[in-house]
Design a protein around this ligand. Sequence first.
Ligand code: V55
Ligand code: FE
Length: 494
Amino acid sequence: MPEADAGGFPHTANYRGLNTPQRAEYTVDDLAISGTIPADVAGTFFRAVPDPAYPPFLDDAGAILSADGMISAIRFAGGKVSTAIRYVGTARHRAEVAAGRALFGKYRNPFTDRPEAAGIDRTVANTTPVWHAGRLLMTKEDGRPFRIDPATLDTLEPYDFGGALRSQTFTAHVRIDPATGEMFAFGYQAAGLATPTVAYLTIDAAGTLVREQWFEAPNCAMMHDFAITEHYALFPIYPTSADLDRLRAGGDHWVHDQHRDSWLGVMPRHGDVAQIRWFRGPRGVSCYHMMNAFEDAAGLIHFDQCLSDSNAFPFIRQASGIAIAQPDLNGRLARWTIDPKGRDDAIHETVIGPPGDFPVIPADRQGRAYGRAWMLTMNPERRGPPVPGGPVGAMFDVLLRLDMTGGPPHALVLAAGSCFNEPVHVPAAAPGHAGWLVCVVDHQHGPDTFTHECWIIDADDIGAGPVAKVTMPHRLRPQVHGWWVSADQLAKAV
Ligand code: V55
Ligand code: FE
């Protein structure tokens, strides 16, 4: 293990600078506001902000993904803003608090755990807060969700849809149909560690898990996200895979293979998994997040994704013997077009945007043709190095607004030393208004000195900068994903 600091955390990138553990739970009211908060921005911005409660006992570059889940709320009500953050009360966090030290070893490798960890659910529930049918869930793809009280941020229970869920896992990237309110979801490694079994889940608008079907993927791949259209469910497979023997030997969970194919599994979204057709994509590519997918008038399916030439996580490339440094990793917003009724398994790719990640669309365009979209990227003419932080090691400093109908992109470029966390989209009541983006912006003032603001940005006029800024009261680690829950939705919490 490398040298440790006073808190016992190693002096490595995962625990320094923006990634410095905070280990603090708090509520602070009446945050300082500059500018005017639009009336549309009434509700809560829930955020997943992972923070390791205890120093690791193994030197694991992937450990940043194992930081304990924290659920944060930034609440907007009556012109006032407050914030709170709490650990998710996972079985893992509770066991570590009881022991007063870390018990769990490498990222998604239980064979590296301390003996006291045997039999305890390993998930940290640290990736996405999901709101559906009046319930707030904290999710992570390696386990089942935890239900959170949206008012107190108390962890209520491990959530299995009232005993209905059979899958051992549940994705952090669900898709909610804007017309029906149904939630489409999946779990990979559904039958256990490193199994190629995928559970496909449909949950009705009332939150009942109405159908769970299992299928075998071509291999045990990382399936971080998926997509729906009005009539189809789309399961992407990239060549990053897990292997039980490697885990037993104490190895890394994921290895990426530059020479293997990617695949897109396509089925009617209310159909039977036996109907899945696999379309063959390019070799070696990887994607964490899909922007959207939709069907056109000709019946073709378009699947838009933040694609890169290899796995975007440096520690996965390193474990795979892939010598691509982070600044040299190329990517693109790629549209894969397939014909679900065609004879062959061809995928036609078009580049529709720059490299980047954290794609955002209005919730009412999910699975439908769309116009506006937003994402984070990096300034190709940057004046300084990116702010180090997060699992990729570098934060994004440009917010882009894309026009899928062909108009020019717009950008909001931050000054050197500042970076974006993923925005959420807040719809506007006024017809024709594009709504708002709400996000946390980090400002670096020195190697270990940061301040943070929550910005509200006109979604159609991002270049104008924020219309309001809220000063965050304490140091924050990087967010993973967030979710906007309006005051109306909060009023319907069950
Ligand atoms: C990601 C994040 C994760 C994870 C797997 O952003 C993939 C991608 C925060 O945890 O476990
Ligand atoms: Fe994600």
